[in-house]
Design a protein around this ligand. Structure first.
Ligand code: UTP
Length: 290
């Protein structure tokens, strides 16, 4: 078992249908929708790079090459920017692709997050890895993944990222039943997918970051499909919990759920408020809508 090895790889599942933002997501993957001047997924990739992880594995659906294309080099555009002396734009464009090593794998059918993670098995191989669901856009310092890596170094096993959510929102998340180990780290006793408020063991909701060990793959395979014909990552984690400890750490930062219309709008406004060219204009812009 290779749990103590350093994590280098980050899997980005991006083969979902994005039905909550249709029709925008018919052709363009949800992960490529922009939050201001950057697509959603780039916030996640920059978080991975800032956390010291540069091997990026995209899980996309067959035929959707746009995500890969986004991170590719664009020689013609670069040449035009160079000729026009737009060096800041050019550097911005090159920076991320220069730092990352990208590989892609297809999930043949959108059969759930667990199924998407299973698709990464050959590329990840026998080493621990991270998973980023990029529609959870996180603003944190240190970056969320780095906060989790610090815990992984201690526990040498799977680490989930959790956030306290209001009781009336627990039914939208996987919720942990955990025992506090102090300093916002919990040992997970159980995981419950989308509980009712009465049945929720806590208000600690699993959000879109995971540090996993390769034994999650056989666990997911044994888990099989649920009633909705999908393989759920939470179910795989529950199975894994029977054989090894799993820990969770509470996020120190701010998360935007950009995977639905209202959350997507909120994410845009959140980052506009932090953007040096836009922040000052935002109050007046909002007033002018009334
Ligand atoms: P979501 O639960 O947000 O589902 O997936 P979705 O299909 O993207 O969107 P809705 O619910 O239809 O609006 C969480 C993450 O898991 C990926 C998604 O791309 C997203 O990053 N995913 C989900 C897959 O890669 N494959 C799947 O089969 C399901």
């Amino acid at each position: 078992m290779s749990t103590s090895r350093t994590i280098r790889k980050v899997v980005f599942p991006a083969a979902g249908l994005g039905t909550r933002i249709l029709p925008a997501t018919t052709v363009v993957p949800k992960e490529l929708l922009p939050i201001l001047d950057k697509p959603i997924i780039q916030y996640g990739v920059e978080e991975a790079l800032a956390s010291g992880l540069n091997e990026i594995i995209l899980v996309t659906s067959p035929g959707k090459t746009m995500l890969e294309d986004h991170f590719d080099r664009h020689p013609e555009l670069e040449e035009i920017l160079e000729r026009r002396g737009k060096s800041a734009l050019l550097d911005g464009l090159r920076e991320v692709s220069r730092q990352m090593e990208l590989s892609t794998v297809f999930q043949d059918e959108p059969l759930g997050l667990g199924h998407a993670v299973l698709a990464s098995r050959e590329l990840v191989d026998d080493e621990p890895f991270a998973v980023i669901l990029s529609d959870d856009v996180i603003d944190a310092d240190p970056p969320a993944l780095r906060q989790m890596l610090a815990v992984f170094d201690d526990v040498a096993g799977p680490v989930l990222l959790v956030e306290r959510v209001p009781r009336d929102a627990v039914h939208r998340y996987g919720i942990i039943d955990g025992a506090s180990l102090g300093s916002d780290v919990y040992r997970v006793n159980d995981l419950v997918e989308k509980p009712s408020p009465e049945n929720a063991p806590s208000d600690l909701a699993i959000i879109g970051r995971y540090l996993l060990t390769p034994d999650i793959y056989p666990a997911l395979e044994e888990t099989g499909k649920d009633a909705g014909d999908e393989i759920q990552l939470t179910d795989g984690l529950r199975r894994l919990l029977q054989t090894r400890p799993i820990h969770a750490v509470v996020l120190d930062g701010i998360r935007q759920d950009a995977g639905n219309k209202l959350g997507y709008l909120r994410a845009i406004l959140y980052f506009a408020r932090k953007h040096p060219d836009l922040a000052d204009h935002l109050p007046e812009l909002l007033r002018s809508l009334e």
